[in-house]
Write a protein that binds this ligand. Structure first.
Ligand code: 3HC
Length: 699
């Protein structure tokens, strides 16, 4: 194994060079190497100054997350940082790429920082449920002041090199090779022989007395449920009120507590799961992709418009086709409105909006797709219609163009069979609103060519989505699982639990919105229509209970938020769900007709009844090979359905509860409820019998 930190001396400047691909993570080996090389350079009389630099795409992008265990900080870097900061010779950090977490903490212990002007600097530990653990909470406030430091640490958002310069986080920007600029700078400061500035000796200006209470309220809200929140505040406060060493000790204890927390484990699991999900097990990572220069979208409705925005915002020219001229005009005006709202909220520059809009051209004829490399249809969920569309696309699109469906449930293979190029067909299931939601299910048909899959995965990264591969089945991964979630929410209502109690139990579990309010928001008619479509296609359910409430509400004109009433009622123009006796009476009538007796149900049962079907169905999905790995399913549910990230997704959650307990509970429900709904998945039984967890199935 080659040394991850090397030393070379040129003209009296020692270059300490980190080389630990892919992102130069600060592993224990890198930390040890850094310490040794800096100590050597400091002792070498031929060396007048030290430049700390890294090869490859970035300077250190953080501590090595794979080394984090449950026994305290994985990387004890304080001696390394002290070697840098205490060095009698000037130490200059030459920064490029993403200088994150432990990387920025190393840089802050150096005497000077020169950054490439495209660099980004940040302390994103909070996104992993952590706080900086290598002096970041103590050095950052000393360098840039308390308020901006707290902002960076509590949001985890990086700053640009220019912002870092303005904040005083870096001393100079480099337009050329940062290492050369840093070496020149190091030689100059070495000649001046002035004592090197040490971050830890700088004093912090205390903020106004009201600052801490305001900050506590803000962080309490933004980091709700995250143990790191209060620690971040306490540590930054210690940087102001206590000596450096004491602040460092406090930070060390806080980091150790956070790294062991279930929440941080969950977030770290999701970090790696997201990256693993990008890999397709039987398709090599270096598979050549097809060039995608122009994208076509069919359907100017909510989905089609959102999809067009995703590509236009990412720089792709888009052809948006709707055979209905009026729908096209309406769709374009919605797109313009969405962009205008982003500009008004300060999330998008007007110039970027104009550029994105200029990339969208519209047409009413599929002939406009002649130059498209990828066409995504977002028409109604009707198989006959979709097959017709695919037949037409096959005719007008150039050979090699990829044809995709945004269907959320229908069979991709049947659509592919309508073309003479099934290898070029796949599903790209965007979630609504497509321009906002990060998730994309990439549905692989039996015939989908490997390079088409590789292209789709590459493309989703380019449009800043997180992609998960799904096989073909009814509802794919996410919507197939949602069936059990919705079924139990409906049965609970029939058993006498008020909608608001169900929503409360699940929002307390961590969902941003409960299933009942969600149904009202999406529109109850959507589910009713989908059920009718499934019935028509011979995929209908023989159980009338789960769908009865929505059917009756829709028949009564209560479609949800859009009609001012669904399972809740809404004030005109309002979105706050209010309990509604009319809906309760409809539910009670339906329950009576079905002979379902109301009974007392506690919150734990509400949660278990809604969450455990997710786990059970996920086990079937895994066993059938529809999902590649448990983490992929967690990614789908966290990014597409609001499953709380602090619980790591349904399968990480099941592992943390313990699979034997999960299986027992499912068996209890099977004995009391309907065995059709609660038969344990064979894979779940097998894992329990073998004493294994879902995590053991990750690759
Ligand atoms: N530790 C270990 N592995 C890491 C890592 C880290 N800090 N950061 C990235 N990697 C790995 C990824 O898992 C991935 O591995 P793979 O190729 O085997 O899947 C590989 O590096 C490349 O990562 P990405 O696919 O994410 O590459 P990108 O170019 O898209 O993004 C990045 C690069 C911006 C650096 C992004 O990976 C990132 O944000 N990383 C996490 C940064 C972070 O959170 N740093 C703080 C860590 S905690 C810390 O420093 C504690 C300290 O205070 C003590």
């Amino acid at each position: 194994m080659s040394d991850p930190v090397n030393l070379s001396v040129e003209d009296g400047i020692a270059f300490v060079i980190i080389d630990n691909p892919p992102v130069n993570a600060l592993s224990a080996r890198v930390a040890a190497g850094l310490h040794d090389r800096v100590t050597e350079a400091a002792a070498d009389p031929a060396v007048t100054a030290i430049v700390l630099t890294a090869v490859g795409r970035t300077f250190i992008a953080g501590a090595d997350i794979t080394e984090f265990g449950g026994d305290g900080p994985a990387v004890d870097v304080h001696t390394v940082l002290a070697a840098l900061e205490d060095c009698a010779k000037p130490v200059v950090a030459a920064l490029h790429g993403t200088i994150y977490g432990g990387g920025l903490e190393v840089a802050m212990a150096c005497h000077y920082r020169i950054a490439d002007d495209a660099a980004r600097l940040g302390l994103p530990e909070v996104k992993l449920g952590l706080l900086p653990g290598a002096g970041g909470t103590q050095r950052l406030p000393r360098l840039i002041g308390v308020a901006p430091a707290l902002e960076m640490i509590s949001t985890g958002k990086p700053v640009t090199a220019q912002d870092a310069l303005n904040l005083g986080l870096v001393d100079r920007l480099s337009k050329g090779d940062v290492r050369t600029v840093a070496a020149r700078f190091a030689a100059t400061v070495a000649r001046q022989k002035s004592p090197p500035p040490r971050t830890r000796t700088r004093t912090v200006i205390p903020p106004a007395p009201s600052f801490w209470d305001e900050a506590a309220a803000r962080i309490g809200k933004s980091l709700r449920g995250l143990p790191a929140g209060p620690h971040i505040l306490a540590c930054v406060r210690a940087a102001v009120e206590r000596p450096f060493k004491e602040g460092l000790d406090l930070e060390g204890q806080a980091f150790a507590a956070c790294v062991r927390s279930r929440e941080s484990e969950a977030l770290r699991h999701l970090f790696f799961a997201e990256r693993r999900a990008a890999r397709i097990k039987d398709i090599p990572r270096d598979t050549a992709t097809r060039p995608i220069a122009r994208v076509g979208v069919i359907g100017a409705g909510t989905m089609g418009g959102g999809i067009a925005m995703c590509f236009a915002s990412a720089g792709y020219p888009v052809t948006l086709v709707d055979i209905n001229e009026a729908a096209l005009t309406r769709g374009l005006s919605t797109i313009q409105g969405n962009y205008a709202a982003s500009v008004a909220k300060g999330r998008l520059a007007a110039i970027d909006r104009d550029a994105a809009l200029s990339r969208i051209r519209t047409a009413t004829d599929y002939a406009a797709f002649a130059d498209a490399d990828l066409v995504i249809e977002a028409a109604f969920e009707d198989m006959d219609l979709k097959r017709r569309i695919f037949r037409d696309l096959d005719r007008v699109c150039r050979p090699g163009a990829i044809l995709a469906s945004n269907t959320s449930t229908l069979n991709i293979d049947q659509m592919a069979a309508a073309t003479a190029r099934p290898g070029d067909v796949l599903g790209l299931h965007f979630f609504s609103p497509a321009n906002v939601m990060r998730l994309l299910e990439v549905v692989r048909g039996v015939a989908t060519a490997p390079d088409v899959m590789a292209t789709a995965m590459d493309l989703t990264r380019r449009i800043c989505k997180v992609a998960v591969v799904s096989g073909v089945c009814d509802g794919f991964i996410g919507n197939r699982m949602v069936a059990g979630y919705g079924r139990e929410a409906n049965l609970l209502m029939l058993e006498g639990v008020e909608p608001a109690r169900i929503d409360k139990a699940l929002t307390e579990f961590g969902f941003p919105m409960g299933p009942i309010a969600m149904g009202d928001m999406v529109g109850l008619d959507i589910g009713v229509k989908a059920a009718a479509e499934a019935e028509k296609a011979g995929r209908g359910s023989d159980d009338p209970r789960p769908g009865i409430i929505a059917k009756r509400l829709v028949a009564a004109g209560r479609l949800g938020q859009k009609t001012g009433a669904g399972l809740y009622r809404y004030e005109p123009g309002g979105r706050r769900p209010l309990p509604d006796p009319v809906a309760l009476a409809i539910i009670a009538d339906a329950a009576r007709e079905l002979g379902i007796e109301p009974r007392d149900i506690d919150d734990q049962e509400i949660v278990d009844r809604c969450i455990l079907p997710l786990v059970n169905e996920a086990a079937r999905i895994l066993a059938e090979g529809i999902a590649q790995r448990p983490g992929d399913i967690d990614i789908v549910w966290v990014n597409g359905y609001g499953f709380p990230s602090l619980r790591g997704g349904p399968l990480f959650y099941a592992d943390s509860v313990g699979l034997p307990a999960v299986l027992n509970r499912i068996r209890q429900f099977r004995n009391r409820q309907d065995p059709r709904d609660w038969t344990p998945a064979p894979l779940l039984e097998q894992l329990v019998a073998e004493g294994r967890r879902f995590a053991d199935l990750e690759d």
